[in-house]
Design a protein around this ligand. Sequence first.
Ligand code: 13P
Length: 248
Amino acid sequence: MRKLIAGNWKMNGLTADIAEARAVAAGLAAAGGKADVMICPPATLIARLASALENGPVAIGGQDCHAEAAGAHTGDISAEMLADAGASAVIVGHSERRTDHNEDDATVRAKAEAAHRAGLLAIICVGETEEERLRGAAADVVTAQLSGSIPDGDPGRIVIAYEPVWAIGTGRTPTGDDIAEMHHHIHRHLCDRFGSAGEEIRILYGGSMKPSNAAEILAIAHVGGGLVGGASLKAKDFLAIVGAAGGL
Ligand code: 13P
């Protein structure tokens, strides 16, 4: 299975940073590698990145969408608008959205359905807090998030991102054994729900992935790629992670 390395720029990125995205595309074009590569910039840059990187090796994704296609929702952006701006995917249910905007599983599921309605790949995020891990509840928490957040239709247009909340932006990562156990658990859940189509759903790892740990994490069974935050902001670091995924 081709790995997917997706950069989540979060609330970072101004006009000057389009150069970083161009540098990623240039690094890949020279290499023609074996991984899929995506950048999810802030909404303000989607259209400009999509046109700067048009027909190149880097796909563009959004970081969130509203569940409805249009309407009176000041400040929100629909999946249709993301597609119209040039995105082919959208992240839904990131832990920062779940925390900062009180998004529950039903909301995340509705957003994933909206992504599918608009023809986008839905990158659905799950992951436990440190407290949940310490009391041995990580697998149950992730199971509940998967059950509640994944829509029924179109497993071919789903990617799961396992992002332990305590590993995001902290420089800490789970042990290789813990990542393997959780990815196996998620894989089983997807196969139980979707049968053979579940086998094909990529499960990304996210949380403090960087050039120095990417190869080790990406080699773990059922790790189908990475969702990269801080290390995606500089082309050099991001390309090193893409290289660790076989993409260079
Ligand atoms: P960091 O790579 O900065 O830990 O962020 C991970 C993340 O939240 C990606 O969505």
